[in-house]
Write a protein of this length. Structure first.
Lengths: 289, 293
């Protein structure tokens, strides 16, 4: 951020710098203005595009046939409702949601988070309304850096949160914390004032369950889901001075993509029986229960 | 060497045999040949409106006059065929969808969506039908591949800013297509009715069942009962082979149509002209500022 000089030119330049970075535009060659230029700068779909499509289809088909010849898809035993495999896993593209399920209330993990995420993704063009940076990779000269920064940030945050929940085990932690206190006559510290009377113990146990679920299933996860994207935006604004909305959205979208894949990989390759965490190379096979 | 080559008898060609035939028969054969050639030209000429394209006009007509090619424009930007711009991800996804339709129809000839027969029919397809295992594997891997390429396609469109005006709605259609792809893959996952399918779908169904307020209702609606059983199988089957592919086809049509109407993201479009205009204006402003200096 140049602050030296106060003539018109520097101010003019500062305006462009403050707006963030140099927004990329397609190379001039590909942006003809006259019909004559357009004629020169376009190619005929037949044969130039049709040939590529044909070759692409051929390559995909050959590779799929090779793959299908070499590796057979699994067909396990006939479905048996009485024999639950441990663990039972969803298809890989939903394993990210199943991984979330371990850390929060099912309604939040299985329904609310994916719905909100897809809704926000669909809304991107209506939030980021700039017409600049159309048709170029990474929008601006630092779009790729923003994506890289976000990738590292998201991997670290997601991995840490999973590790933290695996070590501390929030549910167990809070159950321990709210253990009925003998000094208070078998009532927990936190619910002591809530319920009294003859069925106090059962009522308190139920209140305690609700409280733990509210905390570990809803409050803490929701806080994480809101806080870490917000922290990302804050960091992006600090690291990349003068970042504009389009670049912030590049960060947030990248965050979504990276978290999706980190959760998918952890859910696929690192969750063994009882959905316990294992290193990918020592993942035990599922057992039939 | 040449002498040896001359000694080897030439392999007879159809023309040689014709020459040795008696003249009346030869005339008849010649006439039939001419008739055959004319008929072939008539038939092939009626199938393809224009012959093999050799001129600029012919190439344009080849695209314009073919139902399979007319989704394309006649000319396109060099960037549209540049691998490092699109990576062909949308095209690959669409091709995988076509491949899935083809292999899916073939599988449907054998598969029976019944809890008592599904597993057995699939087992039979694999073990007794010629190329049955190949067919099922192709369907399976193409399905996984499509989920993957559709996701990557979304990333490509995002990082190239191709969702920007006037393509906002096509981005939304794309998100719907992503969801439909997930659902198609997921409904197909139950059909083998093996342990893997059954329990994976149970995990998903229970997730749906945790929907706030109306979870049980949604779950009941999805699987037609309280447990994943025959009703769930027939529902998933119908969704998988009819309802969802139809929905996908409709949204695909809109998706492709809008690409044509909105223009390729690196093409000469209204938006790129707007950008260019803005660029020129800001460049002019900068030049004016420098002049003042």
């Amino acid at each position: 951020m140049a602050t030296t000089g106060d003539n018109l030119t520097t101010r003019e330049q500062n305006v462009t710098v403050q707006k963030g970075s140099k927004v990329l535009t397609p190379p001039a060659r590909s942006r003809p203005t006259t019909p004559a230029d357009q004629e020169v700068d376009t190619v005929q779909v037949w044969p130039h595009l049709v040939v590529i499509e044909f070759l692409g289809a051929l390559i995909i088909t050959i590779n799929l046939i090779l793959l299908s010849t070499l590796f057979n898809g699994p067909l396990e035993q006939l479905a048996n409702p009485d024999k639950t495999p441990n663990p039972s896993k969803a298809p890989w593209y939903f394993l990210n949601l199943q991984e979330l399920l371990l850390h929060m209330n099912p309604a939040l993990a299985g329904v609310i988070v994916p719905t909100v995420a897809l809704g926000l993704i669909a809304a991107i063009p209506y939030i980021d309304r700039t017409t600049r940076g159309l048709g170029v990779w990474w929008y601006s000269d630092r779009g790729a850096k923003i994506a890289l920064f976000t990738t590292i940030y998201s991997i670290v945050v997601t991995a840490s949160l999973i590790a933290l929940d695996n070590i501390v085990k929030l549910r167990t932690f809070f159950t321990g914390l709210f253990k009925p206190d003998a000094a208070l006559g078998g009532v927990t510290t936190f619910t002591a004032g809530i319920v009294g009377g003859p069925n106090a113990e059962a009522a308190n146990a139920s209140a305690q369950g609700l409280l733990i679920e509210a905390l570990t299933g809803w409050l803490i996860p929701t806080f994480c889901l809101l806080f870490f994207p917000a922290l990302l935006v804050f960091l992006l604004k600090r690291v990349f001075r003068g970042i504009d909305l389009a670049e912030v959205i590049i960060g947030l979208f990248t965050g979504f993509v990276v978290v999706y894949w980190v959760l998918t990989i952890v859910g696929t390759a690192m969750r063994g029986p009882g959905m316990e965490l294992f290193p990918p190379w020592a993942l035990p096979a599922p057992t039939e229960g | 060497m040449a002498r040896i080559a001359r000694r080897i008898p030439r392999f007879p060609r159809p023309g040689d045999i014709l020459e040795r035939l008696p003249r009346p028969i030869r005339t008849r054969v010649d006439k039939m040949g001419a008739l055959g050639k004319r008929t072939w030209e008539d038939v092939s000429g009626s199938i393809v409106r224009n012959g093999w394209p050799t001129s600029v006009r012919g190439r344009s007509l080849a695209v314009m006059n073919s139902v399979f090619l007319h989704l394309h424009p006649i000319r396109t930007r060099p960037d549209a065929i540049k691998m490092t711009y699109t990576f062909g991800l949308g095209g690959i996804s669409f091709f995988l969808f076509l491949l899935l339709t083809l292999t899916g129809v073939l599988l449907m000839f054998y598969y029976v969506p019944s809890t008592t027969l599904a597993w057995q029919t699939l087992h039979d397809i694999q073990e007794t039908q010629p190329f049955g295992f190949l067919l099922r594997n192709l369907h399976r891997y193409a399905a996984h591949g499509m989920v993957f390429t559709v996701f990557l396609h979304m990333c490509r469109v995002f990082y190239t800013g191709s969702f920007r005006a006037p393509r906002q709605f096509n981005w939304v259609v794309g998100v719907i297509l992503l969801v439909l792809t997930f659902l198609l893959s997921y409904t197909g996952y139950l059909l083998p009715w093996d342990q893997l399918a059954y329990w994976a779908v149970n995990v998903g169904v229970n997730m749906v069942g945790s929907t706030p307020v109306m979870g049980d209702l949604v779950k009941f609606f999805l699987i037609g009962g309280y447990t994943v059983d025959q009703n769930a199988l027939i529902r998933f089957y119908t969704l998988h082979v009819v309802a969802l592919p139809l929905a996908l086809a409709v949204f695909l049509a809109v998706h492709f149509w809008r690409i044509r109407k909105d223009g390729f993201s690196r093409g000469l479009t209204f938006t790129s002209r707007v950008v260019e205009h803005e660029d020129r204006r800001s460049a002019g402003a900068r030049a004016a500022g420098q002049k003042k200096d």
